[in-house]
Design a protein around this ligand. Structure first.
Ligand code: AMP
Length: 208
């Protein structure tokens, strides 16, 4: 089974990914996580991507497409989280899947009102080791991988100046993908403005 998670920043794709990977034995490809680890490792790709990411802009298609397609080749069941984010990326993915004789089975669209997203993102803190995210409102934080409290930080692009840019970018470049996948009859809309458990149950109903 190959799945795409589509939705604005802060809509809960990363949180649900962790559950889906375990439950359905999928390989998680989060382009944001890959890019952040490239930046931490000071790689060539990381240094090219850093500026765009900090400003809340998309990293150019050519860099992203090459990075993702290199990985998808060798994987059986994929969970794509944060890719594709442009029509160009979606077309490249489609072409690659055709070559590999694979198919996308579901595109899960995480629907959350924009006002709630801004609130969620500005309170989000992330673990720099395992990428798990928490809210500043959470009573306790615990990383599954035993990461410590010092590993938690606020992402540069979760700060107010970058959040509004990310939302504009989403509306302009990523939202058109909803229509793209709707016409292919792959789009499944999820009410992601609900608890983690409720969202997870709604996804299970679609996948089972
Ligand atoms: P995320 O962790 O998915 O919110 O991604 C963080 C940032 O990484 C985005 O704001 C972009 O700058 C960059 N990024 C992640 N995925 C992509 C993509 N598919 N295309 C372009 N840029 C991306």
């Amino acid at each position: 089974m190959n799945i795409i998670l589509l939705g604005p920043p802060g809509s809960g794709k990363g949180t649900q990914s962790q559950k889906l990977v375990e439950k359905y034995k999928l390989s998680h490809i989060s382009t944001g996580d890959i890019l952040r680890s490239q930046i931490a490792n000071k790689s060539d790709l990381g240094s090219k991507a850093k500026n765009y990411m900090e400003k809340g802009e998309l990293v150019p298609d050519n860099l992203i497409i090459e990075m993702v397609l290199k990985t998808t080749e060798s994987i059986e069941s994929i969970l794509l989280d944060g890719f594709p984010r442009t029509i160009n990326q979606a077309l490249s993915l489609e072409k690659e899947m055709n070559i590999l004789e694979k198919e996308i089975d579901h595109v899960l669209y995480f629907d959350v009102p924009f006002e709630d997203l801004i609130n969620r993102l500005s309170k989000r803190i992330s673990c720099k080791n395992c990428s798990k995210t928490f809210s500043k409102d959470d009573k306790e934080y615990f990383c599954i991988d035993g990461c410590s409290f010092q590993d938690l930080y606020q992402r540069e692009d979760d700060k107010p100046s970058a959040i509004s840019k990310r939302m504009d970018t989403y509306k302009e470049l990523t939202e058109p993908l909803l229509e793209f996948y709707k016409t292919k009859d792959l789009l499944k809309k999820i009410n992601a403005n609900a608890s983690i458990v409720e969202v997870s149950l709604e996804i299970d109903k679609i996948l089972q």
